[in-house]
Design a protein. Sequence first.
Length: 283
Amino acid sequence: MEKLKERIQQIKKKRPGYGEMLEFYQKVKEAQQGIKTSLKIRPLKLKKEWKELLAKEGFSLIQKEDFPLNIEASIKLFGTLLQIGKDVNPHMTEQVRKIEETIEDKRIDLKILLNKGIKEQKIEEVADELKLDKVFLSFLIQSSIKPSIEAGREQLLSEFNPETWLKGYCPVCGSLPHLSLLREEVGKRYLVCSFCGYQWRIDRLFCPFCNNKEQESLQYFYGEGEQAYRIDLCDKCHQYIKTIDLRPLGESDPSLEDLATFHLDILASQKGYQRPVPNPWTT
Ligand SMILES: [Zn+2]
Ligand SMILES: [Zn+2]
């Protein structure tokens, strides 16, 4: 947490425009960290034969909805996040007020909602019905269940490590990546799962969204004076992924670096490319 705070201060100095979101990010992380120590989830075990079969067939270990959630802890965290969100900006203040109202008059049952949180489409339905901002609602739900999801992921990986996966989707839960990373001296490339946060090794020239490996249709650009951040564009599917080079940055938090380089997403979108998994902090 100390390292994260230090990095947030550094970024704030360099890009004061991100100040408000950076402060929000820090508070959310602190709240998530706060419930981690006491978090207990139902044990998640897979049979050895099953794991081998999954790896061989290219299926992920489990599906998103198979993650056990600690609902009490998630409800508590949801409440804390509402309090934090209240003071960030007028839009969030208004959204928090609306959400609190729907909880009070029982139009939302948090227990059910958090369980649905795993299915993006369900959240959209609820948001439409209650006239809430779906991006913000989904963000709150995902952030509230995240400690449980990460605990589940760790359990699975303590007995299985999919080192030779090399696919565009997560070996643990099958979700798409939201970022790619370069690390170690030679710049090995990894993808980061947008749902469970697992990081897996991948070829350097590869579009995870359409499996394109052809050099001619894969290009990239950097932000001005920002060699640590790269946007990898694919001319086959017209989508992109942001790549963060952790070598100059040290082991920084990828989601934080992502949030603080939203200007690159704007550039990519101006060039006509789409991001399959948008940055949840800035949309
Ligand atoms: Zn995953
Ligand atoms: Zn592609």
